[in-house]
Write a protein that binds this ligand. Structure first.
Ligand code: SAM
Ligand code: SF4
Length: 473
């Protein structure tokens, strides 16, 4: 890894911060969009090249409905050709909602006196994880407010607790984190607990808007947040997740800034971020944001397609903030991970709470389907639900990049592993109808698709059916 001392002197006169609002606005204002250039750019992406800022701006500025359709079709083709039909499933687990920040979009903000505050203790974590395992989950993202109580040691301890919990044949095989920025030392402590990805969303890459919506607390420091994942990289966490909260500022600007952030990682570490998230603002207790920049469904669909084309090798995450019909639509553009059976109330999984109480949760979720419903619908629409965690556990980090760039990687590893983890789910958690449809889909795919280790896969599937677990390539 190349050490770039500039990152740590971001306020130094000599250092040009990698997010330059003027540069981004200039690209947006000066990039003209015509059919010929849009088509050439889509083709460049289909040839597996990341797009430049200017090329991304040209796609963003496309307004002709026919061209927008071509952009969407391009994203669909990229997804189909490169990634196939796998969708990785995960669930968020909120560990604590204490928070010293004052983010005007978030129900957890310190000024929101209506919010009921709670931090799960060990016993409560165990209960939640058991409930999640009993529904079939294997991958979690732990979520925390920003508070002195949630120190790196505290976060690391909660991760270790989660990994220890085993319920029936269930276990959690990958824990990701969404929490406050840490120091290099802090990231190191958390890494040692065995996390997968560490996510920090910049929320908005526009410094002025950032200052207007983060009124107090450590999060007010734009640069500290912007450089946080560089510190994570320095600490050895090479799977990092970036994101923007859409609705705070002009979506066009945020898309370009996300691509700029990706370029930064590529330039400094030779590898882009593991995932990109693009949450849209949802209702929250004491939400204090004007709707000036809220993103319409139409623009949201367009921006997801553009992000897919702009950064063809990065994982894209879509959460239950979005309603089912939007989820179904943007799944076709190359989203690689979704949550299922999401409950964001503290202790909500074990309490089997169905109604949301915004005074005990961060925001409103729109997709309330159970994991079982999500899986069944994915199978029925010919997707391949996956709980695979093989790459991370075999030390194959940067797997999205490998999927994308190593010939045969998906046919040798990702596809077969998705099938093996789906078979585990079908055996241990599915109802009879889902089980039947799931196996039909698996064997049909084995028959009709190119898989490099068919014989071994069929053997391993037989073993899963006979009760062996955790088999992978
Ligand atoms: N406290 C940590 C932080 O701020 O980085 C954890 C983040 S928070 C628990 C997870 C993410 O939820 C935030 O980064 C933000 O993008 C998103 N979020 C906050 N309020 C939201 C809302 N009203 N609607 C949708 N997403 C929201
Ligand atoms: Fe706290 Fe994070 Fe919510 Fe901001 S977004 S108030 S930091 S939990």
């Amino acid at each position: 890894m190349i050490y770039n001392p500039q990152i740590y002197k971001i306020k130094d006169e000599a250092m040009k911060p990698f997010i330059d609002s003027k540069e981004i606005h200039d690209f947006l204002n000066n990039s003209k969009s015509d059919a010929e250039s849009v088509r050439a750019i889509i083709q460049k992406s289909l040839n597996k090249n990341r797009l430049s800022l200017e090329e991304t701006a040209i796609l963003i500025n496309a307004e002709d409905p026919e061209l927008i359709e071509e952009i969407k079709r391009g994203a669909q083709k990229l997804k189909k050709d490169v990634y196939g039909d796998r969708i990785v499933l995960f669930a968020p687990l909120y560990i604590g909602n204490l928070c010293t920040n004052n983010c005007q979009y978030c129900g957890f903000r310190v000024d929101n006196k209506e919010q009921v505050r709670k931090t799960l203790n060990t016993e409560e974590i165990i209960k939640e994880v058991k409930a999640l395992e009993d529904s079939g989950h294997k991958r979690l993202i732990l979520v925390y407010g920003e508070h002195p109580k949630y120190s790196p040691e505290f976060i690391a301890e909660s991760v270790r607790e989660v990994y220890k919990v085993k319920s029936g044949k269930g276990e959690i095989r990958r824990v990701n984190i969404n929490a406050a920025p840490l120091s290099i030392e802090g990231f190191r402590t958390v890494k040692e607990s065995g996390i997968g990805t560490y996510q920090v969303f910049q929320e908005t890459y526009n410094p002025e808007t950032y200052a207007n919506v983060h009124l107090s607390g450590a999060k007010r420091d734009f640069d500290n947040r912007l450089t946080s994942l560089d510190r994570a990289q320095e600490a050895g966490i090479d799977d990092v997740g970036i994101g923007a909260l859409f609705g705070l500022y002009d979506w066009r600007y945020e898309v370009l800034a996300l691509v700029r952030h990706v370029n930064h990682f590529e330039a400094v570490y030779n590898v882009g971020p593991h995932t990109i998230s693009f949450p849209r603002i949802q209702n929250a207790s004491s939400l204090n944001i004007t709707d000036e920049h809220f993103v319409s469904d139409e623009d949201f669909v367009k921006l997801v397609a553009i992000l897919r084309l702009a950064v063809p090798y990065t994982g894209m995450i879509l959460t239950a903030r979005e309603p089912e019909h939007i989820r179904n639509e943007v799944l076709t553009f190359g989203v690689s991970q979704i949550d299922g059976g999401t409950n964001i109330e503290l202790s909500g999984y074990s309490a089997h709470k169905e109604e949301q109480n915004l005074n005990a949760e961060q925001f409103e979720i729109m997709d309330k389907r159970t994991l079982a419903q999500v899986i069944k619908e994915l199978i029925e629409t010919d997707y391949l639900p996956s709980f695979c965690t093989a790459c991370y556990r075999l030390g194959r980090t940067g797997e999205h990049f490998m999927e994308f760039s190593v010939p045969g990687f998906i046919k040798r590893f990702c596809g077969p592993n998705a099938m093996l983890t789906l078979a585990e789910y079908l055996e241990d958690y599915a109802d009879a109808d889902t089980k039947e449809k799931g196996y039909k889909s698996i064997y049909r795919k084995i028959e009709t698709e190119e898989i490099l280790n068919k014989e071994q896969l069929l053997e391993k599937l037989e073993k899963v059916r006979k009760g062996e677990r955790d088999l992978y390539f």
